[in-house]
Design a protein around this ligand. Structure first.
Ligand SMILES: *Cc1c(COP(=O)(O)O)cnc(C)c1O
Length: 379
């Protein structure tokens, strides 16, 4: 029995992506490769909903987050960081490492930031150069109100940087239309690729900060990447095979359409939430994302046992909670190549695991609710 990955990264790979990863490698300083690289970055502009140039790094998502911090800010600069989960806290940690003064906006786990909190912070810290936030906070399953966050930030001098690593292609985020200055993405979530590529889009306002930053940087110096982009090239060896696989993934995404991909994700998320409610379970997220559903482990159930049993008995891998949420929540992802059949298998595995732990549920209530939600769309 093959494993079913319902984790919010890495996510399953479609067959044509796996096939592309197995092809003989080509050299990266060739016209053949440059043509692919150019097409892929144009595709990423469509997916990231921006006309700004997109930079591609060979790293996991955090590498692009670090690139944003070192390229936009200098030691001693002020930045506002919106908290509320493990990934939001990563912005804070990165800023601390580079001597940036952090003005943190506290947000409870499971909640999304109230935009009024940001309005107050922008007024209290008029010298903040950057606002860092997260589209989908993967650790709690919430999606922040980026439209309001962007509208508020645009009225200040600050540049808005959004970690959309798990939210891209799951939660709609029209970068240019909403006025987001920097969007950060990664390969192993909605893009249906292995880990290893990270992306940043930067508009003119953001590039101005890049020119002024005094933070030392070498591999992540975005000025080098911008210079190479003119020749559809990269300053250092490109992750050739993964980029070629991205070309395949983008064909699939763009033939379905960005909006339709997001809507599909939204349908899977709504069905998952309905299934959880039918099982009498409570959501953890107060503003649920389309990409990942975080659910509270019911009282009397050992959360770590629950996810362990789901994997051992049914080969379904879901994510538990991170940090202080460990054992208290579990998370079903429905981004990328995760299908309605995968979610259905996950729901069946959850029902079986809850029953085996002696937690009372109505038999098949979750999987039936899920099925009835997915049928109209042909799933
Ligand atoms: C997965 C993820 C990251 C990146 O993590 P890496 O392990 O560095 O790829 C960052 N932010 C969010 C919201 C994520 O979901």
């Amino acid at each position: 029995m093959a494993d079913i990955l319902l984790t919010p990264g890495p996510t399953p790979l479609p067959p044509e992506v796996r096939e592309a990863l197995g092809r003989p490698i080509i050299h990266h300083r060739t016209s053949q490769y440059r043509a692919v690289f150019k097409r892929v970055l144009q595709g990423m502009q469509t997916v990231m909903q921006t006309s700004s140039s997109v930079v591609c790094l060979t790293s996991s998502g955090t590498g692009a987050m670090e690139a944003a911090v070192v390229n936009l800010l200098s030691p001693g600069d002020e930045a506002i960081v919106i908290l509320g989960g493990k990934f939001a806290e990563r912005w804070q940690k990165l800023c601390n490492v580079y001597g940036i003064t952090v003005r943190a906006i506290p947000v409870a786990y499971g909640a999304a930031v109230d935009p009024k909190q940001l309005a107050v912070a922008l007024k209290d810290y008029p010298n903040a150069k950057v606002v860092f936030t997260t589209l989908c906070e993967t650790s709690t399953g919430i999606v922040n109100d980026l439209r309001s966050i962007a509208a508020l930030t645009r009225k200040s001098q600050a540049v808005l940087v959004v970690d959309a690593i798990s939210g891209l292609l799951a939660d709609d985020c029209p970068t240019d239309q909403w006025g987001i200055d920097v969007l950060v993405a990664g390969s192993q979530k909605g893009l249906m690729l292995p880990p290893g590529l990270a992306f940043l889009s930067l508009n003119a306002r953001a590039w101005e900060l890049v020119e002024r930053s005094k933070t030392p940087r070498f591999y992540t110096d975005l000025r080098l990447y911008r210079k190479s982009l003119a020749d559809d090239d990269t300053p250092f060896t490109s992750a050739v095979s993964t980029v070629i696989a991205l070309d395949e993934a983008l064909k699939r995404i763009l033939s379905m359409g960005v909006t339709q991909t997001i809507e599909h994700c939204g349908q899977l998320a709504a069905a998952t939430r309905a299934g959880m409610k039918a099982l009498g379970l409570e959501l953890f997220s107060q503003r649920p994302s389309n990409g990942v559903t975080a659910v509270q482990v019911p009282a009397g159930v050992d959360g770590k046992q629950l996810t362990k049993i789901m994997y051992e008995r049914s080969r379904v891998m879901v994510a538990g909670g991170q940090g202080e949420m460990a054992g208290k929540i579990f998370r079903f992802a429905h981004m990328g190549y995760i299908s309605s059949e995968d979610i259905f298998a996950g729901m069946k595995a959850l029902e079986a695991a809850l029953a085996s732990l002696g937690h009372p549920i109505k038999p098949d209530a979750g999987s039936r609710a899920l099925q009835s939600m997915l049928q109209p769309s042909g799933a």
